[in-house]
Design a protein around this ligand. Structure first.
Ligand code: KIV
Ligand code: ZN
Length: 512
């Protein structure tokens, strides 16, 4: 397999993925996700759009300053201010990439940019030249390329390659293209750009018609050698090409496509879980590769076939994507070392202090729960390790409910190092608990979404609660896991309120 047959995986979960409604991530979360993406061995991480806000700038800088072994890209419009900001954030990174973009479609040029073709061409060339005073690793994206005049895109690409661009990205910004058509356009670019051998052709597909992965595959078959994608297919509107789907399609059907990626596929599932936890956007159960049902066989005929020979109904091995559902992991007699090993197998890295906290929770749960699965460990891990600083800490919760009693909750919290308590009644035990919490914290926030899931099977399974809460136009998510679902709900609600406090502090810091 030659270098020409390697597909560069450009992950934009932290940039386009964060543009999913309600998917904002804080600096610590972005850093953790970036570390996981490095484990996954993506080639490029697009860490953000530095000029967009001070928070975005700081996140990109934090990742570029501290992480190695991957190219870090920052997005910039075609102007000097954006490019300067991108470089300032990226400059300490390993082989940092400036990613400039400018629209080339008639619709965008006329209505959005109010520029003609000549002006766009000149601006693109000047911007790439300007970026090249900082680095030779420059990507140029022709926004809305799939709806642009192809000969004009060829003209722009040829000129920006001469100006120093080394990656040319052809986005299907509105998710409008169909696979044969999109593949044909990529082939056309290859055939009509005289200096295309000096650059890598990339694609960036949106999923408005559910075709982002199919379009990316068609592009690869026609010569694209970089694909921009996100974990769980997050991204603006209907999202972007889902990395896990693209990578597994390339791997499973290598016989037809004949290219490879450097992705360590065993880290796919943990990374998907991490993204879902951080963003609060659940993965739909029937989602390919990482959905809860992706490897579940329900029909008797299928189950019979599977028992006789797995490949009768399975085209991929679940363990290839890091899914170890049903794995009995460890018991209450397991030691710290075994726990750390298992955590690493699941794709996470923890500090000693974090390990201690996870270990204590694990032991406490193992005492009451008969069987401990990977999913239990993961829930604890995400709860403990991703816990943001707690302004409100849950100390105790007692609830009374049933068919003939008024649901009542008594809760004790630590707020500013002071213990406070409150009892409240409600329509149900969760309502009573949330009322007591709202009263103690004085929050004016609104609960937008509430869901409970069982992490594993069985009545002793942990419940995992996810909430989405809005305050003053800001939406945050909160999660909590516990064998007692009312406690899990209280943890999730407090987690969301703690995120609001944290976010307000960060915003104050960045505006001062
Ligand atoms: O969808 C798009 O066109 C983009 C560009 C900035 C690459 O996200
Ligand atoms: Zn996009």
């Amino acid at each position: 397999m030659s270098i020409k047959d390697k597909i560069v995986i450009f992950d934009t979960t932290l940039r386009d993925g964060e543009q999913s409604p309600g998917a904002s991530m804080n600096m610590q979360e972005k850093y953790r996700l970036a570390r996981n993406l490095i484990k996954l061995q993506v080639d490029v991480i697009e860490a953000g759009f530095p000029v967009a806000s001070k928070g975005d700038f700081d996140c990109v800088k934090n990742i570029a300053d501290n992480l190695t072994g991957v190219q870090i890209a920052g997005l910039a419009r075609c102007n000097q201010k954006d490019i300067d900001a991108a470089w300032e954030a990226l400059c300490n990174g390993d082989n940092p990439r400036i990613h400039v973009f400018l629209a080339t479609s008639d619709i965008h040029m006329k209505h959005k940019l109010r520029m003609n073709r000549e002006q766009v061409l000149t601006r693109a060339i000047e911007s790439v030249r300007y970026a090249s005073k900082y680095t030779s690793n420059i990507e140029f994206s022709a926004e809305d390329a799939s709806r642009s005049d192809l000969d004009f895109v060829c003209q722009v690409f040829e000129a920006v390659i001469d100006a120093g661009a080394t990656t040319l990205n052809f986005p299907d910004t509105t998710g409008y293209a169909l696979p044969d058509e999109f593949g044909g356009k990529i082939r056309y670019l290859y055939e009509h750009i005289s200096n295309i051998d000096k650059a890598i052709l990339s694609v960036h597909c949106h999923n408005d018609l559910g075709l982002a992965v199919a379009n990316s595959l068609a592009a690869i078959k026609n010569g694209a050698r970089q694909v921009e994608c996100t974990i769980n297919g997050l991204g603006e509107r209907a999202g972007n090409t889902a990395m896990e789907e693209l990578v597994m399609a390339l791997r499973t059907r290598a016989d037809l496509v004949g290219v490879e990626t450097s992705i360590v596929t065993e880290h796919i599932y943990p990374t998907s879980r991490l993204v879902s936890t951080i963003t609060g956007i659940p993965v739909q159960p029937n989602k390919a590769i990482v959905g809860a049902n992706a490897f579940a066989h329900e029909s008797g005929i299928h189950q019979d076939g599977m028992l006789k020979e797995r490949t009768t109904y399975e085209i991929m091995n679940p363990s290839d994507v890091g899914l170890s559902k049903g794995n009995l992991v460890l018991g209450k007699h397991s030691g710290r070392h075994a726990l750390k090993d298992r955590i690493e197998v699941l794709g996470y890295t923890v500090t000693e202090e974090e390990l201690n906290r996870v270990f204590d929770r694990f032991k406490a749960l193992a005492d009451v729960k008969k069987e401990m699965f990977d999913e239990d460990l993961e829930a604890i891990l995400l709860d403990e390790v991703f816990r943001i600083p707690e302004a409100y800490e849950l100390l105790t919760l007692g609830v009374m409910s049933g068919s003939r009693v008024m649901p009542t909750a008594g809760i004790r919290l630590k707020i500013d190092n002071k213990e406070v308590e409150k009892a409240a009644i409600g329509i149900g035990p969760i309502d009573a608990t949330f009322r007591a919490i709202a009263d103690l914290t004085g929050t004016k926030s609104k609960l937008l979404f509430f869901s409970v899931n069982s992490i594993t099977g069985g009545t002793d399974a942990q419940g995992e609660v996810m909430v989405r809460v809005e305050d003053g136009g800001r939406v945050v998510i909160g999660q909590g896991a516990d064998p007692d679902i009312i406690t899990a709900a209280a943890k999730a609600y407090l987690n969301a309120l703690n995120r609001l406090v944290y976010l307000n502090k960060e915003l104050k810091k960045s505006s001062s």
